[in-house]
Design a protein around this ligand. Sequence first.
Ligand code: SF4
Length: 65
Amino acid sequence: MPKSLCENCRQMREVTTPKGSRFLLCQLSITNPEYPKYPRQPVTDCDGYLPIEKPLDGRPDSNAS
Ligand code: SF4
C-alpha cells in the first residue's frame, strides 16, 4: 500500500483499539465536515495536509534537542 499523507500530517491522531487495530483519525473533521473522521487509507491528495516537519509558526521545533 502506498504511504498515506495522514502518516505525516499534523492533523492526524493515531487511535489503537484494545485489540490492536490501528486507525488514523483526522482532527480536521472536528471543525470541517468535508473531512471524514477516519479517512479511507491511503490518502494521496489532501488540501488539509500539514506536514509535521514544517512548524506552523515557521520557527524550528522547540522540542528538538
Ligand atoms: S488533513 Fe488530510 S492528510 Fe491530514 S489527517 Fe486529515 S485527511 Fe489525512
